[in-house]
Design a protein around this ligand. Structure first.
Ligand code: TXE
Length: 482
């Protein structure tokens, strides 16, 4: 065992009170390499009580002081970037090159961005013309819960805790039990960065054991959650009768829409990236590729040629483009989805099964070939349900109207990427799409100030910039008759 992953409660790294442990598995090898504290309601109680105790002092800190401390935490991420990238890659199965270029720099950026937001955040005032003035206070909520998933572990963990802390809340956070390492490492630097004890508490363990206890806890005033749609529904059912604030960032079944006047080469390479980045395990991945019929054959063949060349293998090899999927269970789910596609009459254009790298070290790893499928109707399960793996389908469409119908044909509404050089059509089409985000001639370009989130089964609420700062604060209007 390399390292025990401990809870951070009231500034101390401690095992779960119940003494239980979970195995932490390296997806590229299938081997257990560390133990995770298996926390329960008693640990939630301790973390919430520490957070409540810390809140009066923390909320009184000036925005400038909160900024300074979050910047120091970001410095720790920067100083340890190479080590964090390796840890993320080992824990998640993603290529270390991706963790080093995307996950860790973005985690650092999240902390810096919201550190600045602490000082930039403002509130409104409304004058009534008769000498009456309303001003709106934005008060931190108190203790808030942040629950994050395994696909972009430190990136999404910091995306939640940074605005929560910047706006003056004390946090009880739970990273995914599948990828807890980098959140643990970050927590181990909290004290050194200057966060007072109890301001940031991190609990590890299973969703239904520790996550649910966080959602149910009387003093946890808000939950920011990113994860599966079914889990989001379970959390909503628990939180609604307790009137908690909820921000839910859930699944997607996003379309990449390619019109025949697109910039061909850029559309092909971005469609490949959108489908297979992070082994297809990003909520924003374009897993349905819709191509105008005149361009369809050429586009399909170009995609197949590119995907067949993607280098899949050891995540620690800097040349690797695709690593392992996150767990054995998830690999089996993705393989079952490919079988379903076959059963529905889909033609596998490339991939279609497990990948077995040559190195003996990787014999037990969870590798899936990047898979492209065509010939499936938009109503079939494969084109309706999120697979969240390296699997994408291709469908032809005739015109703009048909394309719009296909884009909006699932219960999800997270994002879409549209490729056309016709400016009018691009804007018209974007406005017709029922998703929270649309990229025109690009994909996954992120400005952290913009509203991030989805419609329908992709979630409720928006995060990013002021949206997050507003979520983590309660407005209170004060009306003054002068
Ligand atoms: O995620 P879960 P899972 C999708 C993707 C994937 C599916 C299931 O389709 O195949 O969800 O993934 C915590 N109360 N996405 O099951 O369970 C859990 O411990 C409170 C999309 O691995 O939703 C973890 O910290 N918390 C997604 C977090 O929720 C609970 C990213 C997410 O895990 C809980 C991940 C409960 N009852 C998966 N049950 C995206 N939107 O990017 C679990 N958790």
């Amino acid at each position: 065992m390399e390292q025990d992953i401990l809870n951070l409660i009231n500034g101390a790294l401690v095992p779960a009170q119940g003494g239980g442990w979970l195995d932490n598995v390296e997806p590229a090898t299938g081997a257990t390499y560390s133990r995770i504290a298996r926390s329960g309601p008693e640990d939630v109680e301790a973390a919430v009580s520490a957070a409540r105790k810390a809140f009066p002092e923390w909320r009184a800190w000036s925005p400038a002081d909160r900024r300074a401390v979050l910047m120091k935490l970001a410095d720790k991420v920067a100083e340890n970037a190479a080590m964090l990238a390796e840890a993320e890659s080992k824990d998640n199965g993603k290529p270390v090159s991706v963790a080093a270029a995307v996950d860790i720099p973005r985690a650092e950026h999240n902390l810096r961005f919201y550190a600045s937001a602490a000082e930039q955040f403002s509130s409104e005032s409304h004058t009534m013309g008769d000498g009456t003035v309303n001003y709106t206070l934005r008060k931190p909520l108190g203790v808030v819960g942040c629950i994050s998933p395994w696909n972009l572990p430190l990136y999404l963990f910091t995306w939640k805790i940074a605005p929560a802390l910047a706006s003056g809340n004390c946090v009880v956070a739970k990273p995914s039990e599948v990828t807890p390492m980098t959140a643990y490492l970050l927590g181990s630097w909290a004290k050194e960065a200057g966060l007072p004890d109890g301001v940031l508490n991190i609990l590890h363990g299973l969703g239904p054991e520790v996550g649910q206890a966080m959602v149910e806890h009387h003093y946890v005033r808000a939950i920011s959650f990113t994860g599966g749609t079914a889990t989001g529904a379970a959390i909503s059912a628990l939180a609604a009768p307790k009137f908690k604030k909820l921000s839910l960032e859930l699944g997607g079944k996003n379309a990449t829409v390619v019109f025949d006047d697109c910039d061909f080469d850029e559309a092909v390479s971005t469609a490949v990236r959108a489908a297979f980045s992070n082994q297809g395990q990003i909520c924003l991945c374009g897993s349905r590729i819709l191509v105008q019929e005149g361009l369809y054959d050429r586009f399909r063949d170009a995609m197949v040629a590119k995907v067949s060349k993607l280098r899949i293998g050891d995540p620690m090899d800097p040349a690797t483009k695709m690593g392992a999927v996150v767990s054995r269970g998830h690999r089996d789910k993705v393989l079952a989805a490919i079988d379903t596609a076959r059963g529905e009459g889909g033609r596998i254009l490339c991939g279609g099964g497990r990948h077995q790298p040559g190195e003996p070290r990787l014999k037990g790893g969870y590798f899936v070939q990047p898979t492209l499928i065509e010939g499936l109707d938009h109503r079939c399960v494969t084109n309706r349900e999120e697979i969240f793996g390296p699997v994408a389908t291709l469908q032809p469409f005739k015109d703009e109207q048909e394309a719009l119908g296909l884009v909006n044909a699932t219960k999800y509404g997270l994002s879409a990427s549209v490729w056309t050089q016709d400016l009018k059509r691009a804007h018209r089409f974007a406005a017709g799409i029922d998703t929270g985000m649309v990229w025109l001639n690009c994909w996954l370009v992120r400005d952290l100030r913009t509203p991030f989130g989805g419609t329908r089964h992709s979630g409720v609420g928006r995060e990013g910039g002021y949206n997050s700062m507003k979520f983590f604060t309660e407005p209170q209007n004060v009306c003054v008759k002068l």
